[in-house]
Design a protein around this ligand. Structure first.
Ligand code: ATP
Length: 951
């Protein structure tokens, strides 16, 4: 094997690989049926490098940096600075420019942090490949694939390297990423000698970046990383841009509107003030700039982006990976969660509890995948496969028509685990409990072909070579799948060692046994066989075996019923949803009675008569009737994944914001259509993960509800800091209004530089702290917010400008007058000369900062008392407040800042006056919140009593 590692793959081999017969593919790529040895794979990894596509650099960093200085607001500030210079106020000009620079740098840093956070998340989603190495099937990181690796492909896999097929079973690939062709193309292993085909059209090659749409196969890697077809065109496909979320768009619009308003107000007051008698143009200009700077919410947009990114990080810690920032806010509006059952609501840890032959039921004891813990009982007596031929036949078929593997305990994993489908693994365990020697059976009955499981067919089949009772080598098909669907294909039933024709009575007996198990929440599968001895069932090529050909005239062998207990945390999550008026609709491929039983157990269904609609019912319902059904308690059972799309569309047309779970290839359209597509991280296919907005790393329903909670929290936090940022704007503007209305007789109580110091210094860090608030208690007790509700609602603006804003304005102006009063006002003119005036403006400035300390605590809760959440529970916020206070002290006590910021040191008496306002503001707001809570309670009581009356 040395040649390939040292010489690298021969270009000629790569070019002609599609023409080679399968054997030569193995030899030319220096590999074997059992795959590469691990040591050779490691050597090749060194020689070829990792299987990754080098990232095409996005916009250069410097451009991203500069774009923070060229948006509308920044341009206005640049112009403002120039006007400052023209008006012979260089200090002001420099200050305005400085603001612009600080603001730009700050925005850039926020964006950069947000970008890094999302990048880190992307890395949390590694892709894997299944390979054969040293004869063993393994799951490895896709980046570790090397030429010569034998990869195994199954429905829904994303293919990670270019490879030549050596085995195929109805394999179809979706190559749209490469060719733009939307329907899946058939792939076969046979050599191709046609010269007219483009590379991507070669039917025996599969390509990196494409997906397996159906079937399965085995292929040998011949190109990795940048040598793949995908690598070659990577530059074209990598320019995916993060679309802005509705919230970000809204904020951009709001910032623009507010900026235009601020400039208009500034211009209006500028004109008004120069029309005053004794007008001073320079003062009027300062005044206008003050109004503009006070009202423009400079830090809002980058802080929102960062807050969304922080929300995404928090969600990741709670097992929900968000792929787009915008999904965070949509999550908060979710009104309906459509969820599947197996693995999401249940543990997907299957244990066969019952077996049923047409003349006898059996119990299977033990839980989990350890076959030493349990046995098979007939009438409470242990029984083995050797003692009952029908039982043996059922279990042989169930364990050969099977792709799962049981993994013994290791030091890392002390319990038996499974590789593959837990449903199938459970069958292997039951077979072993009966004493069946699985490796021996597999050796005696080698598999020739598989017709893989498809959610649409709800069954799978395998074809084997076997010795018949006369020791002739013949073929046999084993089929397992959903009971009714399999029974419909059966002509005979195995009963007491004989094959009896299916009669209506037998059919009823089987269905009622199935329903009995299903009613107690068990998942039931039927197993059947067919001898392939007739001429028509012996085609020359294995690939001629299709489900239509094989899956008919079957002999029913029995039922296998397995328990899949609900996840323990799901019932509480369902309860949370009920509280917050989020509806849950189960859409499962499983049987209606099983689904209903589980739904009832975890509280999704409460009524006595839920509607159970099957896939067949769905086909017959028109849209209007479907919508009517969706108004009631309803479960969708035995539906094909593609039917989810219809349910989602109907719900969206009814005005719902829909989250949908999915894991298979056919779930992709519904995942894309949904407002929030949720894919399963463990059991989901790569295709589903690609289509989804959110990936659950633990496949757990409770994680969706946690994510909804976080989504609501993020939105609330954004509102909180919007309130916080806007309220200081009011108190920043108030001194200028006072100045104007007193016609200049009250000296300006707050200077522009002081406004800038607050907007871009003291206010910033606590605002970020608000973005890190944890979800408020009771956040899931309210119905979801309407998606149409604007972020800056009238309520929010009233609260910010007129409640907090007015309070803060009155307090800060009073602080200004307090200092004047200390120095003799009204006897002596208002803050006349240098130091007193500076002290007075420092009082206004510090008063606003102190009020902001109170307000930042107030803003932490919507209705709840701040005392109930505690003052020390948000570290970032406390750090923010500390920074804020240190900054104000620096401005006040470090002499070099005095001239620029018009500040002066304050004494104890002044501090005593100022400090008192923080608790006062908190207590006043507590009164407001208590009043609102009382109001809410009264409204609730009224609602409840009117509901009772109407009942
Ligand atoms: P959910 O949609 O809630 O995850 P599910 O796993 O039952 O539930 P599907 O995966 O669509 O849904 O399976 C549909 C049906 O197909 C199952 O109820 C079962 O009867 C049958 N089935 C599932 N897995 C297999 C398998 N490996 N082999 C044969 N039949 C299967």
């Amino acid at each position: 094997m040395e040649t390939l590692t040292t010489q690298k793959i021969n270009r000629e081999t790569e070019k002609t690989i599609h023409q080679l017969p399968v054997n030569q593919v193995y030899s030319d790529l220096e590999t074997a049926i059992s795959g590469l040895p691990k040591t050779e794979a490691a050597l090749r990894l060194k020689a070829y490098g990792s299987n990754t596509i080098q990232e095409v650099k996005g916009k250069p960093l410097i451009w991203k940096f500069l774009s923070n200085f060229t948006h509308l607001m920044a341009i206005l500030l640049w112009i403002g600075g120039i006007i400052g210079f023209i008006a012979q106020l260089p200090q002001l000009g420099i200050a305005i420019w400085l603001v612009n620079i600080i603001n730009g740098v700050f925005s850039f840093m926020q964006e950069f942090r947000a970008e890094k956070a999302t990048e880190a998340l992307r890395k949390m989603l590694p892709s894997y490949a299944r390979v054969l190495r040293d004869g063993e099937e393994q799951r490895i990181l896709a980046e570790e694939l090397v030429p010569g690796d034998v990869i195994l492909l199954a429905e829904g896999d994303r293919i990670s390297a270019d490879a030549r097929l050596v085995e195929d079973a109805d394999l179809r690939c979706d190559q749209s990423t490469l060719t733009g062709e939307s329907h899946a193309v058939k792939k076969t292993k046979d050599p191709v000698l046609r010269p007219d085909l483009a590379r991507a059209e070669e039917p025996n090659l599969v390509f990196a970046g494409t997906n397996v749409a159906a079937g399965s196969g085995k292929a040998i890697v011949f190109a990795t990383g940048m040598s793949t077809e995908f690598g070659k065109i990577a530059g074209m496909t990598q320019s995916q841009k993060e679309v802005q979320s509705p919230l970000q768009k809204e904020l951009k619009r709001v910032t623009r509107t507010v900026s235009v308003m601020a400039v208009s107000i500034g211009v209006f007051f500028f004109i008004a003030s120069i029309l005053l008698p004794n007008a001073n143009v320079a003062e009027s200009f300062i005044f206008a700039m003050g109004m503009i700077i006070a009202f423009v919410p400079e830090g809002l947009l980058p802080t929102v982006t960062l807050s969304l990114a922080m929300g995404v990080q928090r969600m990741a810690k709670r097992n929900a990976l968000i792929k787009r920032l915008s999904a965070v806010e949509t999550l908060g509006c979710t009104t309906i969660i459509c969820t599947d059952k197996t693995g999401t609501l249940t543990q997907n840890e299957m244990t066969v509890s019952d077996l049923w032959l047409a003349n006898q039921p059996f119990k299977v004891t033990g839980v989990g995948y350890d076959s030493a813990q349990g046995e098979i009982l007939a009438d409470n007596h242990p029984v083995t496969q050797a003692q009952n031929q029908d039982l043996r036949q059922l279990l042989v078929a169930a364990s050969l028509c099977n792709n799962a593997r049981l993994i013994p305990p290791t030091d890392d994993a002390p319990r038996w685990t499974v590789l593959g489908d837990p449903t199938e693994a459970a069958m292997l365990v039951a077979a072993q409990k009966s004493g069946l020697d699985l490796p021996k059976e597999a050796l005696l009955t080698p598999r020739l072909r598989e017709l893989p499981f498809e959610a649409r067919r709800k069954r799978m089949s395998t074809i084997h070579q076997i010795k018949d009772p006369d020791s002739q080598t013949v073929r046999i098909a084993y089929v397992k799948g959903a009971p009714k669907e399999v029974l419909d294909l059966c002509t005979h039933v195995r009963r007491g060692g004989q094959d009896a024709p299916v009669t209506e009575a037998l059919r009823t007996e089987i269905i009622s046994a199935n329903d009995g198990y299903a009613r107690s929440g068990l998942r039931v599968l039927a197993v059947a066989l067919r001898w392939l001895t007739e001429e028509a069932t012996l085609p020359a090529s294995m690939s001629a075996y299709t489900p239509e050909l094989v899956e008919q005239n079957l002999t029913f062998l029995g039922l296998v019923a397995m328990a899949d207990p609900p996840r323990p945390e799901v019932a509480a999550a369902v309860e949370k949803c009920h509280h917050s008026s989020i509806r849950i609709i189960m859409i499962t491929g499983d049987y209606g009675l099983t689904a209903e039983s589980i739904a009832r157990r975890i509280g999704i269904i409460g009524g006595d008569h839920p509607r159970i609609l099957t896939g067949i019912d769905l086909e017959e319902l028109d849209d209007a009737t479907l919508k009517e059904a969706l108004g009631d308690e309803v479960i969708f059972a035995r539906v094909a994944p593609e039917q989810k799309l219809r349910v989602v569309t109907a719900l969206q047309e009814m005005g719902h914001v829909v989250a949908v779970t999915g894991d298979g290839v056919n779930d992709a359209p519904a995942l894309k259509k949904a407002d929030i597509g949720v894919a399963m991280g463990i059991s989901g296919t790569d295709v589903a993960k690609e289509a989804a907005d959110m990936i659950l790393t633990d496949d757990n329903f409770a994680s969706i509800v946690n994510a909804v909670e976080e989504g609501r929290a993020v939105y609330n936090n954004i509102r909180k800091f919007a309130v916080y940022i806007f309220n200081s704007n009011m108190s920043e503007a108030a001194p200028f209004i006072l100045f104007l209305f007193s016609r200049g007789s009250i000296p300006l109580p707050l200077t522009i530089m002081q406004i800038l110091a607050m907007d871009l210094g003291t206010d910033m860090v606590p605002a970020i702290g608000l973005g890190a608030e944890l979800p408020e208690a009771g956040i899931m007790d309210h119905p979801p917010r309407s998606q149409k509700e604007p972020l800056l609602s009238r309520q929010l603006l009233l609260l910010a400008f007129f409640w907090y804003g007015m309070l803060e304005s009155v307090i800060s102006i009073s602080a200004y007058f307090f200092l004047n009063w200390q120095y003799g006002w009204p006897g002596v003119p208002l803050a006349d000369s240098g130091t007193i005036y500076r002290m007075a403006t420092t009082m206004t400035l510090t008063a606003i900062v102190i009020c902001q300390v109170g307000v930042v605590f107030n803003a932490r809760t919507h209705r709840a008392s701040v005392f109930s959440i505690g003052f020390f529970t948000n570290r970032l916020l406390l750090i923010g407040i500390a920074v804020e206070l240190i900054l104000i002290c620096i401005l006040m006590y470090v002499p070099i800042f005095h001239d620029l910021f018009n500040t002066a040191p304050l004494g104890l008496s002044q501090w005593a006056y100022l400090i008192i306002w923080a608790p006062v503001i908190i207590l006043l707001d507590e009164l407001r919140k208590a009043f609102l809570r009382g109001w809410d309670k009264r409204a609730d009581r009224k609602k409840n009593s009117s509901e009772e009356v109407s009942k």
